[in-house]
Design a protein around this ligand. Structure first.
Ligand code: 3UK
Length: 541
């Protein structure tokens, strides 16, 4: 039986996809390329060297065998705190092929976040790049129960690399099934801890075919470079599953994506598709204005997601580079983009139109269809959405609705042309540089400072139209307002939270707007701040 067999044909089934019983996603994404004669083609290009499709398949098998030999069993979770490097591919696909569930994690988190996830996932193993040891190792030491297997990818006494060298390069895929659990991705919420979204074997096929191939037009001669890291669902598609699906090439940058590092990577590896987030496009535009013109001539299309792309950034990028950015909205729970602008049909300032295959509806607070032209909650439906949140029936019930609809938590409206226009979140969550940021988590950290009595954090659009967290702080009796104290409060956050979560401005105030029952009203603060022009970017926002 061919466990990777699937049919891609929209004329025979509405979804256009049919999966063999026992379907294992590693077969079409990894093994298929050998059967199709692509073994000598470069699959991955990185600063450390190249990996062909044949080498990739062998390393995936070695990794799967090594994991089995270490005692990992079917369905057990393997956490990955791994930078963008070939070993990310080996671990992810080696696990899937062996029936183990990989869980790539945000590499920017702090020890306490990792400790929580180690416990919540009840994982059997954690693998990490040595760059992240300072946060991962204390988390492992503090976790109860401790994870049985802890491995650095390289640079330590006994590493993944040693295990790979000792393992066999032959491995049969474990029979799974299109709807069997395949991998998890953790996503943050406004209150409480991150939730593990459980994705199925078919999900990456759906996103790669419907968005990657059919909307973006990824093809075999493409070279994909994602500035967004592989541990994000966005980066996982852009930088791994889309190129692997098409038999194309992925370019990996293992360090921080800055204007300089991304321009250098583009000049060196000549990607044809480039994937960024609005904050990075804005920073790249500044670098373009200030420095020498980078060589972007290889790029066919640019993609943006993670937060809304302001129309002004779209236009300036086109003027400055001649390139078109396709904005699309996706989510961790949907796995990738489900509403998008198209090559040849771009509507700046909108998220575009539905990716064929998905369904969308805009509903009122009561859950009934919103009248045409009115704002409402966006809900979507399609076979790539997560089955449920691990160990969290309440959040599952609130998000994964009857009839397989997924509540995005976003407010949207359709314009006269039918394009979907983003109007904000239905909750207090912020997207900062395309990454989730909870105002409540930042507030909790600020009130732990001895000078702070109470605090409210809200998102405030900067001069580029991009949202940043800012804090309104009431000090305790006897504490004097000063720029030095504001700096201290920012430092307090930077050392305790993931680095992108600190408030960019501290506003000292005498009191905060509250309800009769004493609850802080962030929405009123937002209105007041906007009216008073208090935000950092108030001049242009
Ligand atoms: C927001 C956008 C306006 C929106 C993601 C592409 O961002 C991704 O996943 P996350 O789970 O966040 C999802 C939320 O982010 N958002 C994303 N893209 C846009 N808002 N315009 C956009 N273009 O609030 C959404 O609910 O981190 C993006 C592919 C895969 C992804 N996981």
């Amino acid at each position: 039986m061919d466990l990777g067999k699937l049919t891609v044909d929209r004329s025979t089934s509405p979804a256009g996809l049919e999966f063999a019983p026992g379907f294992n996603a590693a077969v079409p994404f990894i093994d298929r390329h050998l059967a199709e004669g692509r073994g000598a083609k470069v699959a991955i290009r990185a600063a450390g060297g190249e990996v062909t499709y044949a080498e990739l398949a062998a390393s995936v098998n070695r990794c799967g065998n090594a994991l089995l030999k270490l005692g990992l069993q079917r369905g057990q979770r393997l956490l990955m705190v791994v930078k963008d490097c070939p070993e990310f591919f080996y671990l992810f696909w080696g696990a899937i092929k062996a029936g183990i569930v990989p869980v790539p994690l945000n590499t920017l988190l702090r020890a306490d976040d990792y400790r929580y996830i180690l416990q919540d996932s009840a994982c059997s193993a954690i693998f990490y790049s040595p760059e992240f040891a300072a946060e991962v190792e204390p988390a492992v030491a503090a976790a109860r129960p401790a994870p049985p297997l802890v491995f650095a990818v390289e640079g330590k006494a006994r590493t993944l690399r040693d295990e790979l060298a000792a393992a066999s390069p032959a491995l049969e895929a474990v029979p799974a099934g299109a709807t069997a659990a395949c991998f998890w991705l953790y996503s943050s919420g406004s209150t409480g801890r991150p939730k593990g979204a459980v994705h199925r074997q078919r999900d990456m096929v759906v996103t790669s075919q419907w968005y990657g191939t059919e909307v973006l037009g990824v093809r075999e001669d493409d070279v994909c470079f994602s500035a967004a890291k592989l541990f994000f669902a966005y980066g996982l598609g852009n930088g791994m599953t889309f190129p692997l699906w098409a038999g194309a090439t992925a370019v990996l940058l293992d360090g921080r994506p800055t204007p300089q590092s991304t321009f250098e990577t583009i000049a060196r590896f000549k990607p044809t598709l480039y994937f960024g987030v609005p904050t990075l496009y804005a920073a790249q535009l500044q670098a373009l204005a200030a420095g020498p013109r980078p060589d972007l001539s290889s790029v066919r299309y640019c993609v943006s997601a993670g937060e809304a792309l302001p129309a002004d950034i779209f236009r300036r990028w086109r003027e400055g580079t001649g390139l078109t950015i396709l904005d699309g909205i996706g989510s961790t729970e949907a796995l990738h983009i489900f509403i998008s602008n198209r090559p040849g049909d771009v509507r700046p300032g909108t998220s575009g139109t539905l990716v064929p295959g998905y369904q969308a509806r805009i509903v009122t607070a009561e859950g009934t269809p919103a009248p045409a032209g009115e704002q409402g909650r966006l809900q979507i439906k399609g076979p790539s959405t997560a089955a449920y949140y691990w160990n969290n029936p309440e959040k599952t019930a609130a998000t994964m609705l009857p009839g397989d609809w997924l509540d995005t938590g976003d407010t949207y409206v359709q314009d006269e042309t039918g394009a979907y226009v983003y109007c904000g979140r239905s909750d207090d969550m912020l997207k900062v540089g395309g990454i989730w940021c909870s105002p409540i988590e930042i507030e909790g950290t600020l009130v732990s400072h001895p000078a702070v009595l109470e605090v409210a954090v809200i998102g405030y659009a900067d001069a580029e139209g991009l949202v940043k967290p800012e804090a309104w702080v009431v000090l305790r009796e006897g504490q004097a307002r000063s720029p030095a104290l504001a700096d201290q409060l920012m430092q307090h956050c930077k050392t305790r939270l993931a680095p992108y979560k600190y408030p960019r401005q501290i506003h000292f105030v005498a009191e905060l707007p509250k309800t009769a029952t004493g609850k802080i009203q962030r929405f009123r603060l937002r209105q007041q701040a906007e009216a008073a022009g208090q935000g950092a970017g108030a001049a242009k926002a």
